[in-house]
Design a binder for this molecule. Structure first.
Ligand SMILES: Nc1nc2c(c(=O)[nH]1)N[C@H]1C(S)=C(S)[C@@H](COP(=O)(O)OP(=O)(O)OC[C@H]3O[C@@H](n4cnc5c(=O)[nH]c(N)nc54)[C@H](O)[C@@H]3O)O[C@H]1N2
Ligand SMILES: Nc1nc2c(c(=O)[nH]1)N[C@H]1C(S)=C(S)[C@@H](COP(=O)(O)OP(=O)(O)OC[C@H]3O[C@@H](n4cnc5c(=O)[nH]c(N)nc54)[C@H](O)[C@@H]3O)O[C@H]1N2
Ligand code: SF4
Ligand SMILES: [Mo]
Length: 560
């Protein structure tokens, strides 16, 4: 029996570890870490090592299913018929009720190509306000926080910073369990003498490794972060030259921070004053320091402000855009970074653009060959509001792709009520028996990660090609293909007729954004077949890494 090896990326978290699959007999028989991949240098956690098991697990959806009436059970159907039905019924609802009656709910687990096509279809062709993604539950606060603090989404630094930091502030993240391979990298650095501060209401496996564990009251992080800034300022540990050159609004801060004395912060957070002072001292005297955060800060009614307060600590100390320093948001999902770049939440448009900005709309209209003024200058109100609007009957059709909202969106009953109330629910999943599929009128079988081609972008802006390694079961197709085919069935064939994923990707490369520095122009499938590449990457750039985002020579980002 011959064994073939295919390099790819683990699809289970935003660390984005490189993997090498052994293919025997048309099946993935084994997975090992890719020693050359800059995310993991050969390491994998259990999820990566076993990522091939779901490919052949029982319960895959191999055929499409359609029901004509709610009282019936969906019946097995050919993929061609199901796609035709999906297109026809979506079109019917749009004709009768208008574009805003249709919603797409998509995923940070899909490939970049699928994310791009979903948004192109929703905003460019259907012209509904309603496209949302599960990243709203996960990364939206970090993305908005970056935009408000730094002007654009995406981390300023890279995983390489882990090898240079002297102090780590891990806040609202359980890296030991949820980003294990990156945590090993952090532990290596601790062995070399760096110090770890962990902020979490629970004593986690991550907290167990901390030099200083701040077990604060849930939801009191704002007070702690402002309290740390208060002390950094008071101790003379800020960087006035950096503040003067690169920030706005500092003059107002010290008076605001007066409210956050150690005594008051201790009272709010339940921490001891001594521990708060120690954390501020370590951060203030570190040559390089980085912070890592995830859901403990993001999943909050003031998650965006958390991200801002954390960025403020870096801006005030000038510890940003320097090897070993920076606010580093760890992405949960394997391609949430890609989805954010494609604009699949709220008013987003591809290439870190926004439908709220006239110049951005004009650029995208040109790329999509639309009449000027075609794109709408508004977005939806988010995931929770989407299901509310389904429940009230304003949104009449929902197409869920690569997500299981009945299980994962807050207020489950409202999600169920919304799906029941909708006239048409389309689900696109790799497995048949999910909580959400039970409410679907049309079920479309999706290929899993190793069964289709596409690009994934990890926490540090690194792109890895995920090639097709094995055949998809039954009639299932890659997500990007299903989206493109439904779009064609809706009458948009001129804009959705792609021969392969590479053609979709090449269109995405045209969305270079010289305002934010988002730049994939130098990264094609040709380069990605050699190995992963990190953006920003201007045409002709040889280096595969671009570890510091905002230090630029004017080639990816216009100089101010
Ligand atoms: N094994 C495994 N790994 C995963 C995933 C998975 O499903 N399984 N999912 C991936 C995804 S999508 C994501 S988003 C990430 C999630 O990764 P993490 O965000 O690291 O994990 P969580 O357990 O959601 O939350 C992190 C920590 O926040 C703490 N926390 C809760 N409230 C507060 C608070 O008010 N303040 C502070 N400071 N901390 C608080 C919790 O106690 C918890 O330890 O994991 C990714 N990795
Ligand atoms: N109670 C609670 N709720 C939470 C969270 C929590 O910690 N607690 N965490 C939140 C967070 S951070 C996140 S990211 C969300 C995640 O929530 P979901 O978006 O629901 O993510 P998954 O549970 O990973 O479900 C993904 C679905 O996609 C299917 N699937 C897998 N691969 C593919 C594929 O390639 N194509 C297609 N079409 N389908 C595929 C799977 O079968 C599954 O049904 O949950 C959020 N909700
Ligand atoms: S750390 Fe994340 S990307 Fe790496 S092997 Fe584990 S689940 Fe996969
Ligand atoms: Mo997540």
């Amino acid at each position: 029996m011959t064994t073939r090896e295919v390099r790819s990326v683990c699809p289970y978290c935003g660390v984005g570890c490189g993997i090498v699959m052994s293919i025997e007999d048309g099946k993935v028989s084994k997975i090992r870490g890719d020693k050359q991949h800059p995310s993991n240098f050969g390491r994998l956690c259990t999820k990566g090592l076993t990522a091939h098991l779901p490919l052949t697990a029982a319960g895959r959806m191999e055929d499409a299913y359609v029901r004509q009436q709610r009282s019936q059970q969906p019946a097995r159907s050919s993929m061609d018929q199901a796609i035709a039905q999906a297109g026809e019924r979506l079109r019917g609802i749009i004709d009768q009720h208008g574009a805003d009656a249709v919603a797409l709910y998509v995923s940070g687990q899909m490939s970049l190509e699928a994310q791009y096509l979903a948004n192109k279809l929703a905003k460019g062709f259907i012209r509904t306000r309603h496209i949302e993604s599960n990243s709203r539950l996960c990364m939206a606060s970090a993305g908005s926080g970056y935009k408000l603090s730094l002007g654009a989404d995406g981390p300023p630094g890279s995983y390489q910073d882990f090898e240079r930091a002297e102090v780590f502030l891990v806040i609202g993240a359980n890296m030991a369990d949820c980003h294990p391979v990156l945590f090993l990298r952090l532990l290596d650095r601790l062995k070399a003498g760096a110090r770890l501060i962990v902020v979490d209401p629970r004593r986690t496996a991550t907290a167990d490794k901390a030099d200083l564990f701040l077990q604060l009251r849930p939801g009191s992080d704002m007070a702690l972060l402002n309290g740390l800034l208060h002390l950094l300022h008071q101790n003379g540990h800020t960087d006035p030259a950096f503040i003067a050159r690169h920030t706005e609004g500092w003059d107002e801060l010290p008076a605001f921070l007066d409210d956050y004395t150690p005594a008051r912060v201790a009272a709010i957070t339940g921490l001891s004053e001594a521990d708060i002072r120690r954390a501020a001292e370590w951060i203030g005297t570190a040559g390089e320091w980085m912070s890592c955060w995830t859901m403990g800060l993001n999943q909050s009614v003031h998650g965006t402000w958390h991200s801002n307060a954390l960025c403020n600590l870096h801006l005030a100390t000038g510890a940003i855009c320097r090897p070993g320093s920076g606010p580093f948001s760890l992405t949960g999902q394997p391609n949430a970074m890609g989805g954010r770049e494609m604009g699949y939440m709220g008013p987003g448009l591809p290439g870190q653009r926004s439908a709220l900005v006239a110049a951005d709309r004009a650029f995208v209209e040109q790329q999509w060959h639309l009449q000027p003024g075609s794109l709408r200058s508004e977005g939806g109100e988010g995931t929770i509001a989407l299901f509310e609007q389904m429940k009230t009957g304003a949104v009449k059709a929902c197409w869920v792709i690569c997500s299981n909202p009945v299980a994962s969106v807050a207020n489950r009953q409202q999600v169920i009520d919304g799906l029941r109330q909708a006239e048409l629910v389309i689900t696109q999943d790799a497995f048949l028996d999910t909580e959400t599929n039970r409410y679907a009128d049309i079920l479309l079988p999706a290929a899993l990660w190793a069964e289709g081609e596409g690009v994934m972008i990890n926490s540090e802006r690194n792109l890895t090609l995920m090639p097709q390694a094995v055949l998809a079961p039954g009639q299932s197709l890659a997500d990007w293909q299903i989206i493109a085919r439904v779009a064609c069935a809706m009458g948009y064939a001129e804009a959705f007729d792609y021969p392969d994923a590479e053609a979709v990707y090449d269109e995405i490369r045209r969305f270079w954004n010289p305002t934010t520095g988002y730049d994939l122009r130098g990264i094609g499938y040709r380069q990605l077949r050699q190995g992963p590449r990190q953006w920003p990457c201007a045409p002709g750039r040889e280096a595969d890494r671009s570890p510091l985002r905002y230090l630029n020579d004017g080639s990816s980002q216009h100089l101010l």
